[in-house]
Design a protein around this ligand. Structure first.
Ligand SMILES: Nc1nc2c(ncn2[C@@H]2O[C@H](COP(=O)(O)OP(=O)(O)OP(=O)(O)O)[C@@H](O)[C@H]2O)c(=O)[nH]1
Ligand SMILES: [Mg+2]
Length: 293
């Protein structure tokens, strides 16, 4: 009997949704940082086994969004729920988020899918806190299973996959076994560069950046030429991205190139531009680059 189905991965920002997706796939397709709101739109990853295929949808963190871009991000996370077979709601054992967990559980009650509660980051939390959050959120009756995991350390990930397959509908594969994502190549490249920005810069700068990949060209059998623009919303941010004598831009270039070379398995020549587009976060033509409109 073959199984096919879709699984949405949802939760507050920073709980480890993208880390879990990458761990399940064994490939880093969804960008990760220690800052909240790293993921901005739905990222699909495909996991194929002998007799199953699962499409996982990593989503932006659900939060109380104030501006247009954040509202569109939350909308991405919630809208997708109507189309999935199963939902992973990821929480961490932090008492302070109980209110937000309740709010997300209320959203999930209206969703017609099987729901798993995953308690992540058990590697850095005491057992009593894990049990405490499990009792508080799981007791609600919305969830079929509660599973403590560590996405970083792969704790319980095999068990999670086993229970997921068990609960998916019967169905045939629709993607090739080699496909790991449906993300267009240029978008993936832009995301890898944005990951560099999120990991190297602090405060509000990463939140004012969108990346557009303009070109990917095979220059020869062993060289890929890629050009992309890092777009910021204010002139002062352009200076921060470039850094003293170009030092920051060169760091962003190096970290992004390494990631691109690992992903494509080929040498990459990466050309980066920095552009200022005042208030891009309010403009549909730029929100479109991020896949939000
Ligand atoms: N110790 C520990 N850290 C983790 C674990 N999973 C994720 N993290 C860390 O938590 C931070 C956030 O991880 P992400 O995967 O980007 O979280 P996210 O839920 O996708 O965040 P947003 O996209 O911002 O909503 C990163 O610094 C991860 O390394 C885990 O199991 N244990
Ligand atoms: Mg994420």
């Amino acid at each position: 009997m073959n199984k096919f189905g879709t699984v949405a991965i949802i939760g507050r920002p920073n709980v480890g949704k993208s880390t879990l997706l990458n761990k399940i796939l064994g490939e880093n397709i969804s960008i990760i940082s220690d800052k909240p709101n790293t993921t901005r739109n739905s990222i699909r990853g495909i996991k194929t086994g002998e007799d199953y295929q699962i499409v996982f949808i990593d989503t932006p963190g659900i939060h109380n969004a104030k501006d247009k871009i954040n509202q569109l991000m939350v909308k991405q996370a919630i809208d997708g729920l109507s189309m999935v077979d199963l939902v992973y709601f990821i929480v961490t054992p932090d008492e302070i988020f109980a209110g937000e967990y309740k709010m997300i559980t209320e959203i999930l009650k209206k969703v017609d899918a099987i729901k798993f509660l995953l308690i992540n980051k058990v590697d850095i939390h005491e057992k009593k806190d894990v049990v405490n959050v499990a009792n508080k959120v799981f007791a609600d009756g919305t969830f079929m299973y509660v599973i403590p995991i560590s996405a970083t350390n792969s704790t319980n990930i095999d068990k999670l996959l086993e229970l997921t397959i068990e609960n998916l509908p019967e169905g045939e594969k629709i993607y090739d076994s080699e496909d790991i994502t449906t993300i267009p190549e240029k978008f993936l490249v832009a995301e890898f560069i944005r990951e560099g920005v999120f990991n190297l810069l602090k405060d509000e700068v990463p939140y004012n950046v969108v990346v557009e990949c303009e070109n990917i060209e095979d220059k020869s059998d062993n060289l890929l030429y890629i050009s992309a623009s890092i777009i910021v919303s204010r002139n002062s941010q352009k200076g921060i991205i470039i850094g003293k004598k170009g030092s920051m831009l060169s760091k962003i270039g190096k970290i992004s190139r390494e990631k691109l070379e690992a992903f494509f398995g080929i040498k990459v020549y990466l050309e980066l531009f920095v552009k200022v587009r005042e208030g891009w976060m309010e403009r549909d033509e730029y929100l479109k680059i991020q896949g939000l409109v």
